[in-house]
Design a protein around this ligand. Sequence first.
Ligand SMILES: Cc1cc2nc3c(=O)[nH]c(=O)nc-3n(C[C@H](O)[C@H](O)[C@H](O)COP(=O)(O)OP(=O)(O)OC[C@H]3O[C@@H](n4cnc5c(N)ncnc54)[C@H](O)[C@@H]3O)c2cc1C
Length: 495
Amino acid sequence: MSKVKQRRRYDLIILGNGAAAFAAAIKADELGKSALMIQGGTIGGTCVNVGCVPSKRMLVAGEVIKNTFEHDLGRGAIARHNEKFDFSKILRSKDQIVRAFRKEKYERVLRGLSNVDVIRGFAEFVSRNEVRVRSLDDASGSRNKGGKVFRGKNFLVATGSSPTIPPFPGIEKVRYWTNVEALSPLRKPESLIVIGGRALGLEFAQMYARFGTNVTLLQRSKTIIPDEEPEIAEALTKYLRQDGVRIVTGVTIKGIREEGRRGKGARRITVEADARGKYAKFEAVALLLATGRSPNSLGLGLEKIGVKTQKNSTNAGAIIVNDEMRTNVPNIFAAGDVTGEPMLEGLAAREGTIAAENALTRGHQKVDVDFVPRAIFTDPQFATVGLTDAEAVRKGYECSCKILGFDQISKARVIGDTRGVIKMVADERTHRILGIHILSRNAAELIHEASLIVKNKYTLEDVVNTIHVFPTLSESIKIVAQSYFRDVGATSCCI
Ligand SMILES: Cc1cc2nc3c(=O)[nH]c(=O)nc-3n(C[C@H](O)[C@H](O)[C@H](O)COP(=O)(O)OP(=O)(O)OC[C@H]3O[C@@H](n4cnc5c(N)ncnc54)[C@H](O)[C@@H]3O)c2cc1C
Protein backbone atom coordinates (compact mmCIF):
# COMPACT_ATOMS: atom_id res chain seq x y z
CA MET A 1 0.00 0.00 0.00
CA SER A 2 1.43 3.39 -0.99
CA LYS A 3 -0.28 6.68 -0.24
CA VAL A 4 2.20 9.51 -0.80
CA LYS A 5 1.63 13.16 -1.52
CA GLN A 6 5.42 13.48 -1.82
CA ARG A 7 5.63 15.96 1.00
CA ARG A 8 9.30 16.13 1.84
CA ARG A 9 9.02 17.34 5.43
CA TYR A 10 6.77 15.81 8.04
CA ASP A 11 5.91 16.54 11.65
CA LEU A 12 6.43 12.85 12.40
CA ILE A 13 8.12 10.12 10.38
CA ILE A 14 7.27 6.62 11.55
CA LEU A 15 9.61 3.74 10.74
CA GLY A 16 7.51 0.57 10.73
CA ASN A 17 3.95 -0.50 10.10
CA GLY A 18 2.85 -2.62 13.08
CA ALA A 19 0.84 -1.89 16.21
CA ALA A 20 3.14 0.82 17.55
CA ALA A 21 3.35 2.54 14.17
CA PHE A 22 -0.40 2.47 13.59
CA ALA A 23 -1.20 3.82 17.04
CA ALA A 24 1.24 6.68 16.41
CA ALA A 25 -0.21 7.41 12.95
CA ILE A 26 -3.73 7.53 14.36
CA LYS A 27 -2.63 9.90 17.13
CA ALA A 28 -0.79 12.17 14.65
CA ASP A 29 -3.87 12.30 12.45
CA GLU A 30 -6.08 13.09 15.44
CA LEU A 31 -3.76 15.99 16.33
CA GLY A 32 -3.89 17.28 12.75
CA LYS A 33 -0.15 16.78 12.23
CA SER A 34 1.49 15.48 9.08
CA ALA A 35 3.00 12.02 9.31
CA LEU A 36 4.74 9.56 7.01
CA MET A 37 4.58 5.83 7.70
CA ILE A 38 7.41 3.83 6.18
CA GLN A 39 6.16 0.34 5.60
CA GLY A 40 9.03 -2.16 5.54
CA GLY A 41 6.91 -5.29 5.94
CA THR A 42 3.39 -6.53 5.39
CA ILE A 43 0.90 -3.94 6.55
CA GLY A 44 -0.15 -4.49 10.17
CA GLY A 45 3.19 -6.03 11.21
CA THR A 46 3.74 -9.14 13.28
CA CYS A 47 0.57 -9.45 15.35
CA VAL A 48 -2.00 -9.59 12.61
CA ASN A 49 0.08 -11.42 10.01
CA VAL A 50 2.33 -13.90 11.81
CA GLY A 51 1.65 -13.43 15.52
CA CYS A 52 -1.32 -13.02 17.83
CA VAL A 53 -4.18 -13.32 15.35
CA PRO A 54 -3.19 -16.42 13.34
CA SER A 55 -1.72 -18.22 16.37
CA LYS A 56 -4.84 -17.70 18.46
CA ARG A 57 -7.00 -18.86 15.58
CA MET A 58 -5.02 -22.09 15.30
CA LEU A 59 -5.02 -22.59 19.06
CA VAL A 60 -8.78 -22.34 19.04
CA ALA A 61 -8.92 -24.95 16.29
CA GLY A 62 -6.90 -27.27 18.55
CA GLU A 63 -9.23 -26.53 21.46
CA VAL A 64 -12.30 -27.30 19.38
CA ILE A 65 -10.79 -30.61 18.30
CA LYS A 66 -9.91 -31.52 21.87
CA ASN A 67 -13.23 -30.43 23.39
CA THR A 68 -15.21 -32.17 20.72
CA PHE A 69 -13.58 -35.41 21.75
CA GLU A 70 -13.29 -35.04 25.50
CA HIS A 71 -15.50 -33.64 28.19
CA ASP A 72 -16.39 -34.81 31.66
CA LEU A 73 -20.17 -34.63 31.12
CA GLY A 74 -20.06 -38.36 31.52
CA ARG A 75 -19.58 -41.18 29.10
CA GLY A 76 -22.26 -41.29 26.47
CA ALA A 77 -23.80 -37.92 27.41
CA ILE A 78 -22.77 -36.54 24.05
CA ALA A 79 -22.14 -38.66 20.99
CA ARG A 80 -18.49 -38.65 20.02
CA HIS A 81 -17.88 -36.65 16.90
CA ASN A 82 -15.86 -37.85 14.01
CA GLU A 83 -12.24 -37.39 15.07
CA LYS A 84 -11.13 -36.53 11.54
CA PHE A 85 -10.41 -32.93 10.74
CA ASP A 86 -9.02 -31.19 7.70
CA PHE A 87 -5.75 -29.44 8.58
CA SER A 88 -5.64 -27.55 5.29
CA LYS A 89 -9.07 -26.08 6.03
CA ILE A 90 -7.87 -24.93 9.45
CA LEU A 91 -4.98 -23.14 7.72
CA ARG A 92 -7.33 -21.66 5.17
CA SER A 93 -9.70 -20.32 7.83
CA LYS A 94 -6.70 -18.81 9.63
CA ASP A 95 -5.64 -17.07 6.40
CA GLN A 96 -9.17 -15.72 5.93
CA ILE A 97 -9.20 -14.19 9.40
CA VAL A 98 -5.78 -12.64 8.85
CA ARG A 99 -6.84 -11.17 5.50
CA ALA A 100 -10.07 -9.78 6.96
CA PHE A 101 -8.28 -8.20 9.94
CA ARG A 102 -5.58 -6.76 7.71
CA LYS A 103 -8.16 -5.16 5.49
CA GLU A 104 -10.50 -3.83 8.18
CA LYS A 105 -8.08 -2.92 10.94
CA TYR A 106 -5.14 -1.63 8.92
CA GLU A 107 -5.71 -0.93 5.21
CA ARG A 108 -9.08 0.72 5.70
CA VAL A 109 -7.95 2.59 8.81
CA LEU A 110 -4.94 3.96 6.99
CA ARG A 111 -7.04 5.17 4.08
CA GLY A 112 -9.11 7.18 6.57
CA LEU A 113 -6.09 9.05 7.98
CA SER A 114 -5.99 12.14 5.83
CA ASN A 115 -2.82 13.57 7.38
CA VAL A 116 -0.83 10.36 7.04
CA ASP A 117 1.16 9.37 3.97
CA VAL A 118 2.55 5.89 3.45
CA ILE A 119 5.51 4.67 1.50
CA ARG A 120 6.68 1.10 1.07
CA GLY A 121 10.36 0.60 1.73
CA PHE A 122 13.10 0.14 4.23
CA ALA A 123 14.11 3.20 6.23
CA GLU A 124 17.54 4.19 7.43
CA PHE A 125 18.60 7.39 9.20
CA VAL A 126 20.83 9.70 7.20
CA SER A 127 20.90 12.37 9.89
CA ARG A 128 18.84 13.31 12.94
CA ASN A 129 16.33 14.97 10.61
CA GLU A 130 16.39 12.73 7.55
CA VAL A 131 15.67 9.15 6.59
CA ARG A 132 16.43 7.43 3.36
CA VAL A 133 13.76 5.02 2.14
CA ARG A 134 14.99 2.28 -0.13
CA SER A 135 12.43 0.32 -2.07
CA LEU A 136 12.06 -3.33 -1.18
CA ASP A 137 12.53 -6.04 -3.69
CA ASP A 138 9.50 -8.08 -2.63
CA ALA A 139 10.68 -11.38 -4.06
CA SER A 140 14.15 -11.51 -2.57
CA GLY A 141 13.77 -9.07 0.29
CA SER A 142 17.03 -7.47 -0.83
CA ARG A 143 17.38 -3.72 -0.66
CA ASN A 144 17.91 -1.66 -3.76
CA LYS A 145 20.48 1.08 -3.95
CA GLY A 146 19.52 4.75 -3.97
CA GLY A 147 16.23 5.63 -2.36
CA LYS A 148 14.36 8.76 -1.49
CA VAL A 149 15.21 11.06 1.43
CA PHE A 150 12.44 12.47 3.64
CA ARG A 151 12.86 15.17 6.24
CA GLY A 152 11.04 15.14 9.57
CA LYS A 153 10.84 17.19 12.72
CA ASN A 154 10.31 14.07 14.82
CA PHE A 155 10.84 10.34 14.27
CA LEU A 156 9.35 7.22 15.78
CA VAL A 157 11.27 3.97 15.43
CA ALA A 158 8.67 1.18 15.54
CA THR A 159 10.44 -1.53 13.58
CA GLY A 160 9.43 -4.46 15.78
CA SER A 161 11.41 -7.64 16.42
CA SER A 162 12.50 -10.85 14.69
CA PRO A 163 13.01 -14.42 15.94
CA THR A 164 16.26 -14.93 17.85
CA ILE A 165 18.28 -17.79 16.38
CA PRO A 166 20.76 -19.02 19.01
CA PRO A 167 24.12 -20.23 17.71
CA PHE A 168 23.40 -23.93 18.34
CA PRO A 169 26.17 -26.03 16.76
CA GLY A 170 24.97 -27.13 13.30
CA ILE A 171 21.92 -24.86 13.18
CA GLU A 172 23.15 -23.12 10.00
CA LYS A 173 22.76 -26.37 8.03
CA VAL A 174 19.28 -27.19 9.25
CA ARG A 175 15.91 -26.10 7.91
CA TYR A 176 14.03 -24.93 10.96
CA TRP A 177 10.73 -23.21 11.58
CA THR A 178 10.12 -19.91 13.29
CA ASN A 179 6.62 -18.62 14.07
CA VAL A 180 6.21 -17.80 10.37
CA GLU A 181 6.59 -21.37 9.09
CA ALA A 182 4.78 -22.85 12.12
CA LEU A 183 1.72 -20.83 11.18
CA SER A 184 1.78 -21.83 7.51
CA PRO A 185 3.36 -25.27 7.19
CA LEU A 186 3.23 -27.12 3.88
CA ARG A 187 1.80 -30.07 5.76
CA LYS A 188 1.20 -31.12 9.34
CA PRO A 189 4.41 -32.76 10.59
CA GLU A 190 4.18 -36.19 12.12
CA SER A 191 6.68 -35.11 14.80
CA LEU A 192 8.04 -31.77 16.01
CA ILE A 193 10.77 -30.61 18.36
CA VAL A 194 10.06 -27.22 19.92
CA ILE A 195 13.02 -25.45 21.52
CA GLY A 196 11.81 -22.89 24.07
CA GLY A 197 9.41 -23.18 26.99
CA ARG A 198 7.95 -19.70 27.17
CA ALA A 199 4.81 -18.23 25.59
CA LEU A 200 5.42 -19.01 21.91
CA GLY A 201 7.00 -22.42 22.47
CA LEU A 202 4.19 -23.55 24.77
CA GLU A 203 1.40 -22.28 22.52
CA PHE A 204 2.83 -23.97 19.42
CA ALA A 205 3.64 -27.18 21.32
CA GLN A 206 0.08 -27.61 22.56
CA MET A 207 -1.43 -26.51 19.24
CA TYR A 208 0.49 -29.16 17.28
CA ALA A 209 -0.02 -31.84 19.94
CA ARG A 210 -3.75 -31.28 19.55
CA PHE A 211 -3.43 -31.56 15.79
CA GLY A 212 -1.98 -35.03 16.38
CA THR A 213 1.71 -34.22 15.98
CA ASN A 214 4.16 -35.96 18.27
CA VAL A 215 5.64 -32.96 20.11
CA THR A 216 8.81 -32.78 22.24
CA LEU A 217 9.50 -29.47 23.96
CA LEU A 218 13.03 -28.71 25.14
CA GLN A 219 13.66 -25.98 27.68
CA ARG A 220 17.04 -24.77 28.95
CA SER A 221 15.98 -23.82 32.48
CA LYS A 222 14.73 -26.23 35.13
CA THR A 223 11.10 -25.38 34.48
CA ILE A 224 9.02 -23.92 31.69
CA ILE A 225 8.13 -20.20 32.13
CA PRO A 226 10.99 -19.86 34.63
CA ASP A 227 10.21 -16.24 35.53
CA GLU A 228 6.66 -17.01 36.59
CA GLU A 229 5.26 -18.51 39.78
CA PRO A 230 6.68 -22.04 40.24
CA GLU A 231 3.30 -23.52 41.21
CA ILE A 232 1.86 -22.28 37.93
CA ALA A 233 4.78 -23.60 35.88
CA GLU A 234 4.37 -26.97 37.55
CA ALA A 235 0.62 -27.14 36.97
CA LEU A 236 0.91 -26.03 33.34
CA THR A 237 3.62 -28.65 32.74
CA LYS A 238 1.22 -31.27 34.04
CA TYR A 239 -1.64 -30.16 31.78
CA LEU A 240 0.55 -29.96 28.70
CA ARG A 241 1.91 -33.42 29.40
CA GLN A 242 -1.66 -34.67 29.74
CA ASP A 243 -2.20 -33.23 26.28
CA GLY A 244 0.63 -35.35 24.94
CA VAL A 245 3.46 -32.80 24.90
CA ARG A 246 6.72 -34.39 25.99
CA ILE A 247 8.46 -31.71 28.08
CA VAL A 248 12.16 -32.00 28.86
CA THR A 249 13.73 -29.27 31.01
CA GLY A 250 17.31 -28.52 32.07
CA VAL A 251 18.45 -29.07 28.47
CA THR A 252 21.64 -27.71 26.91
CA ILE A 253 21.71 -28.19 23.15
CA LYS A 254 25.00 -29.68 21.96
CA GLY A 255 24.31 -30.08 18.28
CA ILE A 256 21.58 -30.15 15.65
CA ARG A 257 21.69 -31.95 12.31
CA GLU A 258 19.35 -32.78 9.50
CA GLU A 259 19.32 -35.91 7.37
CA GLY A 260 17.37 -36.77 4.27
CA ARG A 261 17.86 -33.53 2.39
CA ARG A 262 17.38 -33.28 -1.36
CA GLY A 263 15.37 -36.44 -1.76
CA LYS A 264 17.85 -38.72 0.08
CA GLY A 265 15.41 -40.49 2.38
CA ALA A 266 12.85 -39.05 4.75
CA ARG A 267 13.76 -35.77 6.40
CA ARG A 268 14.81 -36.15 10.01
CA ILE A 269 16.18 -33.65 12.47
CA THR A 270 18.31 -34.81 15.37
CA VAL A 271 18.99 -32.68 18.41
CA GLU A 272 21.77 -33.88 20.70
CA ALA A 273 21.74 -32.43 24.16
CA ASP A 274 22.76 -32.61 27.75
CA ALA A 275 19.57 -33.08 29.76
CA ARG A 276 20.24 -32.56 33.46
CA GLY A 277 23.71 -34.01 33.19
CA LYS A 278 22.87 -36.92 30.88
CA TYR A 279 23.37 -37.34 27.15
CA ALA A 280 20.04 -37.21 25.31
CA LYS A 281 19.03 -37.44 21.66
CA PHE A 282 15.73 -36.19 20.23
CA GLU A 283 14.45 -36.79 16.72
CA ALA A 284 11.59 -35.35 14.70
CA VAL A 285 10.74 -34.35 11.15
CA ALA A 286 10.41 -30.65 12.02
CA LEU A 287 12.10 -28.23 14.38
CA LEU A 288 10.62 -25.01 15.74
CA LEU A 289 12.85 -22.41 17.32
CA ALA A 290 10.84 -20.50 19.90
CA THR A 291 13.91 -19.03 21.53
CA GLY A 292 12.81 -15.43 21.96
CA ARG A 293 12.75 -12.36 19.78
CA SER A 294 15.38 -9.71 19.09
CA PRO A 295 14.66 -6.02 18.46
CA ASN A 296 14.96 -4.90 14.81
CA SER A 297 17.45 -2.14 15.50
CA LEU A 298 20.26 -3.09 13.13
CA GLY A 299 20.65 -1.38 9.76
CA LEU A 300 18.66 1.69 10.82
CA GLY A 301 21.72 3.94 11.07
CA LEU A 302 21.12 4.46 14.79
CA GLU A 303 24.86 4.48 15.58
CA LYS A 304 25.37 7.18 12.99
CA ILE A 305 22.96 9.56 14.74
CA GLY A 306 23.91 8.54 18.28
CA VAL A 307 20.73 6.72 19.41
CA LYS A 308 21.68 4.37 22.25
CA THR A 309 20.76 0.68 22.34
CA GLN A 310 21.15 -1.95 25.05
CA LYS A 311 24.42 -3.89 25.02
CA ASN A 312 25.21 -7.17 26.75
CA SER A 313 21.82 -7.95 28.21
CA THR A 314 18.90 -10.23 27.49
CA ASN A 315 17.41 -7.16 25.81
CA ALA A 316 20.51 -6.65 23.60
CA GLY A 317 19.82 -4.35 20.68
CA ALA A 318 16.74 -2.81 22.30
CA ILE A 319 16.53 0.94 21.80
CA ILE A 320 16.86 2.60 25.18
CA VAL A 321 13.87 4.80 25.98
CA ASN A 322 12.50 6.45 29.09
CA ASP A 323 8.88 6.14 30.22
CA GLU A 324 7.91 8.93 27.78
CA MET A 325 9.27 6.76 24.91
CA ARG A 326 12.10 9.23 24.28
CA THR A 327 15.51 8.03 23.19
CA ASN A 328 18.62 9.97 24.16
CA VAL A 329 18.21 12.06 20.97
CA PRO A 330 15.53 14.70 21.63
CA ASN A 331 13.48 14.38 18.40
CA ILE A 332 13.72 10.59 18.13
CA PHE A 333 11.26 8.31 19.88
CA ALA A 334 10.90 4.52 19.87
CA ALA A 335 7.99 2.20 20.70
CA GLY A 336 6.98 -1.45 20.62
CA ASP A 337 9.13 -4.55 20.35
CA VAL A 338 12.17 -2.60 19.17
CA THR A 339 12.44 -1.24 22.74
CA GLY A 340 12.77 -4.80 24.09
CA GLU A 341 10.83 -6.89 26.59
CA PRO A 342 8.00 -7.14 27.37
CA MET A 343 6.98 -7.58 23.74
CA LEU A 344 3.20 -7.32 23.63
CA GLU A 345 0.70 -6.00 21.15
CA GLY A 346 -1.33 -3.86 23.57
CA LEU A 347 1.80 -2.36 25.07
CA ALA A 348 3.29 -1.60 21.64
CA ALA A 349 0.12 0.29 20.69
CA ARG A 350 0.05 2.24 23.96
CA GLU A 351 3.70 3.17 23.56
CA GLY A 352 3.09 4.30 19.98
CA THR A 353 0.26 6.58 21.07
CA ILE A 354 2.26 8.08 23.94
CA ALA A 355 5.34 8.57 21.76
CA ALA A 356 3.38 10.39 19.05
CA GLU A 357 1.59 12.56 21.57
CA ASN A 358 4.81 13.53 23.36
CA ALA A 359 6.61 14.15 20.06
CA LEU A 360 3.88 16.30 18.56
CA THR A 361 2.66 18.25 21.59
CA ARG A 362 5.87 18.52 23.63
CA GLY A 363 3.93 16.47 26.15
CA HIS A 364 5.16 14.33 29.02
CA GLN A 365 2.70 11.42 29.01
CA LYS A 366 4.15 8.26 30.52
CA VAL A 367 3.78 4.53 29.97
CA ASP A 368 3.61 2.53 33.17
CA VAL A 369 5.04 -0.92 32.49
CA ASP A 370 4.50 -2.12 36.07
CA PHE A 371 0.87 -3.03 35.52
CA VAL A 372 0.91 -4.56 32.07
CA PRO A 373 -1.02 -7.84 31.99
CA ARG A 374 0.38 -10.74 29.94
CA ALA A 375 -1.10 -14.02 28.82
CA ILE A 376 -0.12 -17.34 27.35
CA PHE A 377 -2.93 -18.77 25.29
CA THR A 378 -2.47 -22.39 26.15
CA ASP A 379 -5.47 -24.33 27.42
CA PRO A 380 -5.79 -23.65 30.30
CA GLN A 381 -4.57 -20.12 29.76
CA PHE A 382 -2.02 -18.40 31.94
CA ALA A 383 -2.36 -14.69 32.68
CA THR A 384 -0.48 -12.52 35.09
CA VAL A 385 -0.19 -8.96 36.34
CA GLY A 386 2.02 -7.31 38.95
CA LEU A 387 4.70 -8.85 41.11
CA THR A 388 5.45 -12.50 41.68
CA ASP A 389 6.21 -13.70 45.18
CA ALA A 390 9.97 -13.65 44.48
CA GLU A 391 9.84 -10.16 42.93
CA ALA A 392 7.87 -8.79 45.89
CA VAL A 393 10.45 -10.18 48.31
CA ARG A 394 13.28 -8.70 46.22
CA LYS A 395 11.56 -5.32 46.39
CA GLY A 396 11.48 -5.53 50.17
CA TYR A 397 7.79 -6.21 50.75
CA GLU A 398 6.70 -8.32 53.66
CA CYS A 399 5.06 -10.71 51.32
CA SER A 400 2.08 -12.91 51.92
CA CYS A 401 0.80 -15.32 49.26
CA LYS A 402 -2.22 -17.55 48.85
CA ILE A 403 -2.84 -20.21 46.25
CA LEU A 404 -6.16 -21.77 45.40
CA GLY A 405 -7.00 -24.60 43.05
CA PHE A 406 -9.89 -24.11 40.64
CA ASP A 407 -11.55 -27.16 42.17
CA GLN A 408 -12.55 -24.63 44.91
CA ILE A 409 -14.34 -22.42 42.39
CA SER A 410 -18.01 -23.29 41.84
CA LYS A 411 -18.13 -22.21 38.20
CA ALA A 412 -15.14 -24.39 37.34
CA ARG A 413 -16.96 -27.37 38.79
CA VAL A 414 -20.20 -26.48 37.04
CA ILE A 415 -18.53 -26.33 33.64
CA GLY A 416 -16.52 -29.45 34.33
CA ASP A 417 -13.09 -27.88 34.02
CA THR A 418 -11.34 -27.52 37.35
CA ARG A 419 -7.86 -27.32 35.88
CA GLY A 420 -5.83 -24.42 37.20
CA VAL A 421 -4.64 -22.40 40.15
CA ILE A 422 -4.77 -18.77 41.19
CA LYS A 423 -2.04 -17.16 43.25
CA MET A 424 -2.33 -13.80 44.96
CA VAL A 425 0.66 -11.84 46.25
CA ALA A 426 -0.10 -9.21 48.90
CA ASP A 427 1.81 -6.98 51.28
CA GLU A 428 1.44 -8.51 54.75
CA ARG A 429 1.56 -5.13 56.45
CA THR A 430 -0.87 -3.02 54.37
CA HIS A 431 -2.87 -5.83 52.70
CA ARG A 432 -2.22 -4.13 49.34
CA ILE A 433 -2.47 -6.62 46.48
CA LEU A 434 0.80 -6.64 44.54
CA GLY A 435 0.27 -9.37 41.98
CA ILE A 436 -2.31 -11.86 40.66
CA HIS A 437 -1.37 -14.92 38.63
CA ILE A 438 -4.02 -17.14 37.09
CA LEU A 439 -3.88 -20.45 35.31
CA SER A 440 -7.38 -21.37 34.22
CA ARG A 441 -9.84 -21.49 31.39
CA ASN A 442 -10.24 -17.92 30.08
CA ALA A 443 -7.52 -16.54 32.37
CA ALA A 444 -6.64 -13.96 29.70
CA GLU A 445 -10.15 -12.54 30.10
CA LEU A 446 -10.09 -12.66 33.92
CA ILE A 447 -6.82 -10.77 34.22
CA HIS A 448 -8.30 -7.34 33.54
CA GLU A 449 -10.08 -7.21 36.89
CA ALA A 450 -6.75 -8.20 38.40
CA SER A 451 -5.02 -5.39 36.49
CA LEU A 452 -7.37 -2.78 37.92
CA ILE A 453 -6.87 -4.19 41.40
CA VAL A 454 -3.09 -4.09 41.20
CA LYS A 455 -2.90 -0.78 39.33
CA ASN A 456 -5.23 0.99 41.75
CA LYS A 457 -3.45 -0.47 44.77
CA TYR A 458 -6.58 -2.16 46.12
CA THR A 459 -6.38 -4.16 49.33
CA LEU A 460 -7.59 -7.67 50.14
CA GLU A 461 -10.56 -6.09 51.94
CA ASP A 462 -11.50 -4.02 48.86
CA VAL A 463 -11.75 -7.21 46.82
CA VAL A 464 -13.50 -9.29 49.46
CA ASN A 465 -16.13 -6.55 49.83
CA THR A 466 -16.82 -6.37 46.11
CA ILE A 467 -19.79 -8.49 45.10
CA HIS A 468 -18.99 -10.83 42.23
CA VAL A 469 -21.47 -12.59 40.00
CA PHE A 470 -22.10 -16.18 41.03
CA PRO A 471 -21.11 -18.52 39.46
CA THR A 472 -18.20 -17.10 37.47
CA LEU A 473 -14.55 -17.90 37.04
CA SER A 474 -13.68 -14.34 38.03
CA GLU A 475 -15.04 -15.14 41.48
CA SER A 476 -11.71 -16.90 41.90
CA ILE A 477 -10.12 -13.48 42.46
CA LYS A 478 -12.49 -12.71 45.31
CA ILE A 479 -12.23 -16.20 46.80
CA VAL A 480 -8.44 -16.23 46.85
CA ALA A 481 -8.57 -12.83 48.61
CA GLN A 482 -11.06 -14.30 51.09
CA SER A 483 -8.73 -17.19 51.75
CA TYR A 484 -6.46 -14.78 53.65
CA PHE A 485 -9.19 -14.51 56.29
CA ARG A 486 -11.09 -17.79 56.37
CA ASP A 487 -11.12 -21.39 55.23
CA VAL A 488 -12.86 -20.95 51.89
CA GLY A 489 -13.37 -24.70 51.61
CA ALA A 490 -15.73 -24.44 54.60
CA THR A 491 -18.03 -21.63 53.40
CA SER A 492 -21.13 -21.89 51.24
CA CYS A 493 -21.32 -20.58 47.68
CA CYS A 494 -21.20 -16.79 47.19
CA ILE A 495 -20.35 -15.92 50.82
C1 LIG B 1 3.67 -16.06 17.17
C2 LIG B 1 3.45 -14.80 17.96
C3 LIG B 1 2.33 -14.70 18.75
C4 LIG B 1 2.11 -13.54 19.48
N1 LIG B 1 1.00 -13.49 20.25
C5 LIG B 1 0.76 -12.40 20.99
C6 LIG B 1 -0.41 -12.30 21.78
O1 LIG B 1 -1.24 -13.21 21.83
N2 LIG B 1 -0.61 -11.16 22.50
C7 LIG B 1 0.30 -10.12 22.49
O2 LIG B 1 0.09 -9.12 23.18
N3 LIG B 1 1.41 -10.18 21.72
C8 LIG B 1 1.66 -11.29 20.97
N4 LIG B 1 2.77 -11.33 20.19
C9 LIG B 1 3.69 -10.17 20.18
C10 LIG B 1 3.16 -9.06 19.25
O3 LIG B 1 2.92 -9.59 17.99
C11 LIG B 1 4.18 -7.94 19.17
O4 LIG B 1 4.50 -7.49 20.46
C12 LIG B 1 3.67 -6.75 18.35
O5 LIG B 1 3.26 -7.16 17.09
C13 LIG B 1 4.77 -5.70 18.23
O6 LIG B 1 4.35 -4.62 17.44
P1 LIG B 1 5.41 -3.59 16.86
O7 LIG B 1 4.62 -2.51 16.24
O8 LIG B 1 6.42 -3.25 17.87
O9 LIG B 1 6.22 -4.41 15.74
P2 LIG B 1 5.74 -5.20 14.44
O10 LIG B 1 4.32 -5.54 14.48
O11 LIG B 1 6.70 -6.31 14.26
O12 LIG B 1 5.93 -4.15 13.25
C14 LIG B 1 7.17 -3.69 12.84
C15 LIG B 1 7.15 -3.56 11.33
O13 LIG B 1 8.23 -2.72 10.94
C16 LIG B 1 8.82 -3.25 9.76
N5 LIG B 1 10.21 -2.77 9.66
C17 LIG B 1 11.33 -3.31 10.20
N6 LIG B 1 12.40 -2.56 9.89
C18 LIG B 1 11.95 -1.52 9.15
C19 LIG B 1 12.57 -0.40 8.53
N7 LIG B 1 13.87 -0.18 8.64
N8 LIG B 1 11.80 0.46 7.83
C20 LIG B 1 10.47 0.29 7.73
N9 LIG B 1 9.83 -0.76 8.29
C21 LIG B 1 10.55 -1.65 8.99
C22 LIG B 1 8.72 -4.75 9.98
O14 LIG B 1 8.84 -5.42 8.75
C23 LIG B 1 7.34 -4.88 10.60
O15 LIG B 1 6.35 -5.04 9.63
C24 LIG B 1 3.03 -12.46 19.43
C25 LIG B 1 4.16 -12.56 18.62
C26 LIG B 1 4.37 -13.70 17.89
C27 LIG B 1 5.60 -13.78 17.02
